[in-house]
Ligand binder design. Sequence first.
Ligand SMILES: NC(=O)c1ccc[n+]([C@@H]2O[C@H](COP(=O)([O-])OP(=O)(O)OC[C@H]3O[C@@H](n4cnc5c(N)ncnc54)[C@H](O)[C@@H]3O)[C@@H](O)[C@H]2O)c1
Length: 266
Amino acid sequence: MDFEGKTAIVTGAARGIGRGIALELARRGSNVIIADIDEEPAREVVAEIQAGGTGANYCETDVTQQWSTDDMVEAALEGYGQLDVLVNNAGVGGAPGFATRKTPNIDDWQATFDVNVYGIVNGIQSVEKYMTDRGYGKIVNIASVAGRLGRPGFASYGASKAAAINVSQAWAFKLAPHGINVNAVCPGLIWTPLWQSIGEWRSSMDEQHAGMTPRQVFERAVSDAVPLGREQTPEDVGNAVAFLASDRARSITGQALNVDGGIRMN
Ligand SMILES: NC(=O)c1ccc[n+]([C@@H]2O[C@H](COP(=O)([O-])OP(=O)(O)OC[C@H]3O[C@@H](n4cnc5c(N)ncnc54)[C@H](O)[C@@H]3O)[C@@H](O)[C@H]2O)c1
């Protein structure tokens, strides 16, 4: 197993894609810190991982605050003595209530950049000294296919994800001389609470989707956009992250890997 004896932090791991990533890393032997603002579902993921036989802890974390991501790293080092992998997955579609607005407002721009961009920057800034001193580390940032091409409607979200790809490249360059790999993964269409909000937004704002349930909106998006013709899953993203965070990917850095069934072939 690639991650036997290793420790990973996954932010936003209480549900959805982050949970899938945490479970895949744990299945390969890793101890995992579940770092999320939402305690109850995070503790359920902790219990699920512990039942599988590897270590797991919850760390209450708000990735928009540098002091909080500092605490998160300290918790990993205190609990397990080492930290090998950081997965910056926490993300939002906008400020609370974004699905009720036709166009993102200033709060949505602020929230997407606070969590989806500064959240990654904070996470990296909290681990880079430790990883640099050690001369080893794997960082994987969760961006999105929405960051590959600007689109109206969700411009704030797409722009934040394009920034997440750029930030990954910037730190890949900076940390490469220290034996640290930094990559991004761009998921496509995955049925999670986040996508449920997007489905609600489309069915209430967009005539084409009027009267459809969020799940029907999602299924139409999959059939319209995905060449492979199927939705992606948290496990699909977890598998890609596990590869990029493993020593088998030691020569890969600064990349953004689409896990999207072919939506964007770049
Ligand atoms: N679902 C998709 O189709 C899709 C596609 C492309 C990219 N993504 C990206 O994948 C990641 C996970 O998305 P998801 O669909 O699982 O979302 P989700 O809403 O289901 O889960 C997001 C998790 O992040 C946590 N979180 C939010 N703000 C936080 C903060 N400030 N600090 C710590 N934790 C915080 C939430 O509590 C939640 O547990 C996000 O970065 C998202 O943008 C999702």
